[in-house]
Design a protein around this ligand. Structure first.
Ligand code: PPE
Length: 308
């Protein structure tokens, strides 16, 4: 991967090589961490972080679901992220804040372990490939169902929960597909291994609701807003697997994946990215990169000027 010079760790900027943890870090054993994935883009007004406060809100809420208080004010995390991007000299990058239970007592009761915070940034290209964004990707409905609300909070972005995504991703990759689509515990379409999902049928856009065990994606929210502003009808409701493979258009959204069309599911061809996918993708890309003035409030401009 592309590295950076500095990582922010528990209040200090440390060199990439020195950002280390003890092997008995609680979250390394039990998955007791929560994280975010955020992107900063180069815009005409400088580097801007997309929906930064929304991501930091979700980080705090994910932490609360696992009984962790983030030991820094949100504004502090926001400011150090700006400084981290600037000091690393990035114009655009991926941002990974992580809040986790550190080294302390072992065993499953974590509340006496310290809560630690790191923020890393690195340059990360298109998650499912530039070609994937342009031409669409292939996906496989996973044999793994998405974690159910009876076991964990699907709404929490917690490190341990990602074993579910990891199994689905490995299965899809080994079978020769680019991404996995997970069904929820009731057999309804849920989401990708790291993306929310949308389909278009007869001009109407559908996406699974909050009750379908999804992660409440920030890009999902943005796309719902954009689609609605464009005058499209968008319905949040359960989606059957059979509807998905018969859809006119399918696309996925996520911070890493941005908006990526799906051109084939389980070897059934949906076709190249359709007109509604293209239309929304265009405005969404404009919003990310500061070319859509109507969505300017989604951008958190990095205050310190970037290194040339
Ligand atoms: N569902 C899951 C399971 C998920 O991990 C993500 C983001 C989303 C939906 C979309 O959420 P949002 O980014 O707020 O629109 N996945 C992150 C992790 C990817 C990774 O490989 O790490 C991301 O896109 O940053």
């Amino acid at each position: 991967m592309n590295t950076a010079d500095l990582i922010w760790m528990n209040g200090e900027f440390v060199s990439w090589e020195d950002a280390k943890v003890h092997v008995l870090t609680h979250s390394l054993h039990y998955g007791t961490g929560v994280f975010e994935g955020i992107r900063a883009y180069e815009t005409e007004r400088g580097t801007a972080i997309f929906r930064h406060n929304d991501h930091l809100d979700r980080l705090r809420r994910s932490a609360a679901m696992y009984y962790m208080d983030v030991p820094y004010q949100q504004e502090k995390l926001r400011e150090v992220t700006h400084e981290l991007i600037t000091r690393n000299g990035f114009r655009s990058c991926y941002i990974r804040p992580l809040v986790y239970r550190g080294h302390g007592p072992m065993g499953l009761y974590p509340l006496d372990n310290p809560v630690e915070v790191v923020i890393a940034v690195w340059e990360w290209g298109a998650y499912l490939g530039e070609e994937g964004k342009r031409e669409g990707i292939t996906a496989k409905v996973s044999s793994w169902e998405r974690i159910s609300p009876r076991s964990l909070y699907p709404h929490a972005k917690a490190t341990g929960q990602y074993l579910n995504s990891v199994l689905a991703k490995i299965e899809a990759a080994k079978a020769g597909y680019q991404e996995a689509i997970l069904l929820d515990h009731l057999g309804h379409v849920c989401e990708g291994s790291g993306e929310n999902i949308f389909m278009v049928r007869e001009g109407v856009i559908y996406t699974p609701p909050q009750t379908a065990s999804i992660l409440d994606g920030i890009n999902r929210k943005s796309v719902i807003q954009i689609a609605t502003d464009l005058g499209h009808k968008l319905v949040e409701r359960d989606i059957a697997r059979g509807e998905l493979v018969n859809a006119d258009e399918v696309f996925m959204t996520g911070t890493a994946a941005e908006l990526t069309p799906v051109r084939e599911i389980d070897d059934i061809t949906l076709g190249p990215p359709g007109p509604i996918t293209r239309e929304i993708q265009g405005i969404f890309d404009d919003a990310l990169t500061g070319r859509a003035p109507q969505y300017a409030e989604w951008l958190d401009l990095v205050q310190v000027p970037s290194k040339a």
